[in-house]
Design a protein around this ligand. Structure first.
Ligand SMILES: O=P(O)(O)OC[C@H]1O[C@H](O[C@H]2O[C@H](CO)[C@@H](O)[C@H](O)[C@H]2O)[C@H](O)[C@@H](O)[C@@H]1O
Length: 358
């Protein structure tokens, strides 16, 4: 194990070559980007490195830092329309013990506000749409809650992606479109939530979160010895609801209706409503940290256009092409993206391009 990691580290540092250390072709760029060992040096500055660091370094070779690759990424983006998609927890806000206290910093808010002036920007979260809006507090971004099952889309003509879930409605003013493909499951979701609350009340640290079209059962603060019983209780509730399924995120179990709709579909839907789905010069950029974000990464990979970026401080299996270490790197990346657009001579504000203001 140790030898393997050291070998990876040597490879990452360029001490030896291996067949996996090939230049990666990034979707959207149409060109190869190689991360040199020199770009990784900041990770080892200051002394001997641990096995974890070494394996992270070799993972970053395969998923280059979006900060260190920024110039190359933007070179390939020139003349293209960038659309920005952001996850919330673990991306815009750091992971904390209490989900109710997962606030984003004022600096992050300012960076998102700024970047949204130049690029159409949407937040796609597992939280309820209202909750994520309450955290983000910006009016110049679009919000998709419940892993994309609750979208407040741009005020543009809408056609559904596949015609399968035509639950589209205009709001009272008739200028924004609410898309809720799992609407018919709401009564069942509420029952599931009530049942879960009754079942887990006895388990210290467990918490049930209402995410509108899905429910989260948190176990970050549950003692290890109690996890088994918690999982059993959750599964016993789900037995009565065959149209729902269970998935796992970061110390959280998520109960969702089993419909063919995820963050990837939400991304496609938003591109569609923005009038960007058929353009060959569109570059969707998606930043996220969790398993459910992989669905959006896959869509970008399939389109062969755009940049899927994972936020992670440890190696993980992912479809993302690029990486950022943590939300503080996300902040730096977004600020840089806004500065890059601002300074580009041909830049026009989003207000000019899309008729959207802050
Ligand atoms: O799609 P996301 O916006 O990333 O939402 C996914 C889940 O995020 C939240 O839980 C996670 O963050 C919490 C706060 O940092 C943390 O306590 C928890 O352990 C994490 O799993 C949210 O509370 C969930 O409902 C979302 O499903």
């Amino acid at each position: 194990m140790f030898t393997r990691n050291i070998a990876k580290f040597n490879q990452a540092m360029g001490f030896q070559r291996s067949s996996t250390n090939k230049p990666k072709t990034q979707p959207g760029s149409g060109r190869s980007i190689r991360m040199g060992a020199s770009n990784l040096c900041h990770h080892i500055a200051g002394g001997p490195i641990s096995i974890e660091d070494a394996s992270y370094i070799s993972w970053v070779v395969e998923h280059p830092s979006a900060l260190r690759s920024f110039d190359q990424m933007m070179k390939a983006a020139k003349g293209k329309k960038i659309a920005l998609f952001l996850d919330y927890d673990g991306t815009l806000a750091p992971i904390v013990d209490n989900p109710d206290l997962a606030f984003m910093s004022d600096e992050m808010r300012a960076a998102v506000r700024e970047v949204a002036k130049y690029f159409p920007t949407a937040i796609i979260s597992g939280r309820s749409r209202d909750k994520v809006k309450e955290f983000v507090q910006l009016s110049n971004v679009y919000y998709a809650g419940s892993h994309g099952m609750d979208i407040m889309a741009p005020p543009r003509p809408v056609k559904t992606c596949d015609g399968k879930y035509p639950t589209v409605a205009l709001d009272k003013k008739g200028n924004e479109v609410l898309f809720q493909p799992a609407k018919k499951f709401l009564p069942a979701i509420q029952k599931i939530q009530t049942a879960l609350k009754e079942k887990v009340v006895e388990i210290q640290g467990a918490m049930v979160e209402d995410n509108s079209f899905c429910v989260s059962v948190h176990f970050r603060q549950v003692r290890e010895k109690d996890y088994g019983i918690l999982e059993k209780q959750v599964k016993s509730v789900l037995e009565h609801y065959p149209e729902f399924h269970l998935s796992w995120g970061k110390k959280v179990m998520e109960i969702r209706p089993s419909i063919e709709w995820d963050k990837g579909h939400a991304l496609e839907y938003l591109l569609d409503t923005l009038g960007l789905s058929n353009s060959t010069d569109v570059l969707p950029l998606y930043i996220g940290d969790d398993r459910t974000d992989e669905d959006a990464f896959k869509v970008i990979q399939r389109r062969g256009q755009g940049y899927p970026i994972i936020v992670s401080s440890s190696p993980k299996d992912t479809k993302a092409s690029f990486s950022l270490h943590d939300p503080s790197e996300v902040l730096t990346f977004l600020s840089r993206l806004a500065r890059w657009r601002k300074s580009s001579s041909s830049s026009r504000s989003l207000a000019q391009i899309w008729g959207v203001g802050d």
